[in-house]
Design a protein around this ligand. Structure first.
Ligand code: FAD
Length: 614
């Protein structure tokens, strides 16, 4: 008898199923209850929503707040800002929709107990920058989770969702999801009328700068494992802008945030010889991207670009000048507190390297690339827009519904909407849930049905790595080397190496081209073939195996998109060596992809960018 057939199967019925209880998932769960008082709302999370997701260890700032009550900014201003930062390409309808609702989300957070700093003179929220407000945010996630727990009918922690289920009565309609409990090994079948995917972004698809024992030290959360992309991709949902993967300039080795330093402490950067360097690269950058270099603020990718060029010119390292600001005791306190609220590791790194920022200017570096939809980047699923604002071409159903019926998304999952951050992701969860409830109410008696064949087949597949290990371990030849299976960490390192060397990671200075991408796809295909032989010695490794499956699927998507867009749209995030310039004439558009699981083929197309805000 195989291992999989010994496992218990548990069935959970719901109206709204929320996958991932991070910021967007908590927002969706909370709002679904508001509109669907009598509905069964289930949230399923692979960790524990109390401390899960990218906000697990807290934040020091809420990066998306308009301040409309004080007439500080209007939603249109935020659309202009995000559009500028993303070199012209954002879904303005989706961004506007978040911006017009985000303030109410932040007010809820404050009501629930999140301490938001206030300017002692004006009484308004203390601004860190035009869009950011400062918080004492160590407990940000528990506060947000509490409201979601209250709203949910049930929260299932410690269950990793591996696949979505499709309706057996209607093509292209979602019917639920399956996963397994990472502690008990029980198999779960979630049946749902609508599903909201809110499973965060993707780290560790590229080889990180920190390797070996330190490889858990990445900028984005190491547990963000691309489920947000793999789950929809596998059921045929269209994705957008997957080539727009982000590279961050951060403090070296600890990836400590720089926002508060630049914006609030007014620190600045210089090269190894104490020189300002960004202006040196102006003409060169203008050659590549034209007028985009003249925009204010200068787009994030272009600031990376200047730093990378200065390093290539041999004038590194680049340092943040902290010595001046830290002479002011108030600023010194803010500088350290900034890490205590969200990245304690950076303070520890500095202590271990004898860096006191009052006396030593710390080094900056650029990170390995990440895939996400909520920061200065907008990879993710292609979603229908708000009925009152989206152009016809962006509307095929309910707000935030993907191209699969009943499948919604929010936060890092949804593409085209950069700069939503924690508050915007939560807000998008609320927007998606409101639409999902309406979708269910309009459904009448025509509810989706899951197919027993489908979930039984998936059950076998999900636990296969345990079986592979149980059989193959007898053949181990040395250490952990087996001729018949490989471990999740071995597979992860292989994936990271392919992405790094062929799809523009750190070792090539983010450079790639058509021959490299084509070979990269061949190597990813070979890894995919080998995935049938992945082995897992326990449930923890089984989770790692499925995280790798999801990372691999997202990586394939990133590579296809990067190959399709024949221009370098975002220098500083990646470079197409064979198309080094931005090409607005041919590529002022979104890229869309669709995977067909029956043929294994990817189809790519362009979609228009509508500028709704002037
Ligand atoms: C280092 C760092 C600094 C940041 N700084 C700021 C800041 O200062 N201000 C700000 O406003 N924002 C900041 N952000 C951005 C903010 O954290 C994200 O925008 C936000 O968390 C995205 O929300 P999300 O719900 O999409 O993803 P997450 O909050 O990451 O939630 C995803 C959830 O899905 C779960 N999950 C994943 N896969 C599965 C699966 N297969 N099955 C079940 N559950 C799954 C995860 O465990 C997680 O709980 C920062 C992010 C990082 C990483």
């Amino acid at each position: 008898m195989g291992l999989f057939s010994r496992r218990k199967t548990k069935f959970v019925d719901s109206d709204v199923l929320v996958i991932g209880g991070g910021m967007a998932g908590c927002g969706a769960t909370y709002e679904a209850r508001h509109w669907g008082r009598d509905l069964k709302i289930v949230c399923v999370e692979k960790a524990n929503i109390e401390r899960s997701g990218a906000v697990a260890q807290g934040l020091y700032a809420i990066n998306c707040y308009m301040g409309m009550q004080w007439d500080e900014n209007q939603p249109e201003d935020h659309v202009r800002y995000a559009r500028n930062d993303l070199m012209g390409l954002v879904r303005e309808d989706l961004g506007y929709d978040i911006a017009r609702h985000v303030d109410s989300t932040v007010h809820k957070f404050e009501e629930w107990g999140l301490p938001i700093m206030r300017d002692p003179e004006t009484g308004r929220y203390q601004r860190e920058g035009k869009w950011q407000i400062m918080i004492h945010g160590e407990s940000y996630k528990p506060i947000v989770a509490e409201a979601a727990r209250e709203a949910a009918s049930e929260v299932y922690n410690r269950i990793m969702v591996t696949h979505l289920l499709m309706d057996k009565t209607k093509e292209n309609r979602v019917a639920g999801a399956v996963g397994f409990n990472v502690r008990t090994g029980d198999f779960y079948v979630f049946r749902a009328k609508a599903v909201i995917v809110a499973a965060g972004g993707a780290s560790h698809i590229y080889k990180p700068r920190a390797v070996g024992e330190g490889m858990g030290r990445t900028w984005y959360a190491p547990w963000s494992s691309a489920s947000a992309y793999a789950l929809p991709i596998e059921v045929g949902a269209k994705m957008t802008q997957m080539e727009n993967r982000i590279v961050l300039t951060r403090f070296k080795d600890g990836y400590g945030p720089v926002g508060a330093y630049f914006l609030h402490l007014k620190t600045y950067t210089e090269n190894a010889y104490g020189e300002e360097y960004e202006s040196k690269w102006y003409d060169h950058t203008k050659e590549l991207v034209g007028d985009y270099v003249d925009r204010h603020p200068v787009p994030t990718c272009l600031r990376n670009h200047a730093l990378l060029e200065e390093l290539k010119a041999g004038r590194g390292p680049i340092r943040m000048v902290t010595k001046e600001a830290f002479q002011d005791p108030h600023k010194e306190t803010i500088g350290w507190e900034n890490f205590l609220g969200m990245t304690i590791g950076q303070a520890v790194v500095w202590a271990s390297q004898n860096i006191d920022p009052k006396h030593v200017n710390p080094e900056l570096t650029t990170s390995e690339p990440y895939v996400m939809g909520s920061h200065a980047t907008c990879s993710g699923a292609w979603a229908s827009g708000p009925e009152d604002y989206a152009p016809d071409e962006y509307q095929w159903g309910y707000n935030r519904m993907m191209t699969v019926d009943g499948l919604f998304g929010a936060g890092d999952t949804i593409g085209g909407t950069a700069h939503k951050f924690s508050s915007g992701s939560y807000t998008e969860g609320r927007i998606a849930a409101k639409a999902a409830v309406r979708y269910i109410k309009n459904m009448g008696k025509d509810a989706p049905q899951v197919s027993e064949d489908e979930y039984q087949g998936l059950k076998k597949k999900v636990f296969q790595p345990l079986e592979n290990y149980e059989v193959g371990r007898n053949e181990i030849v040395a250490g952990t080397v087996s001729p018949s299976y490989f471990s999740p960490i071995q597979g992860l390192q292989r994936l990271e190496k392919i992405m790094d060397e062929y799809v523009g990671g750190i070792s090539t200075g983010y450079m790639t081209n058509e021959p490299l991408l084509t070979r990269g796809l061949e190597l990813l295909d070979m890894l995919r073939e080998d995935m049938d032989n992945i082995g897992a010695e326990d449930l923890h490794q089984l989770q790692r195996a499925w995280e790798l499956q999801h990372r691999l699927r997202a990586s394939e998507s990133v590579t296809h998109h990067t190959l399709f867009r024949k221009e370098t749209r975002w220098p500083g995030y990646y470079y197409r060596g064979d198309h080094m310039k931005l090409d607005d004439q041919d590529w002022h558009c979104f890229t869309l992809s669709q995977y067909d699981k029956n043929t294994g083929e990817w189809e790519l197309e362009k979609a228009p960018v509508y500028h709704i805000v002037d």
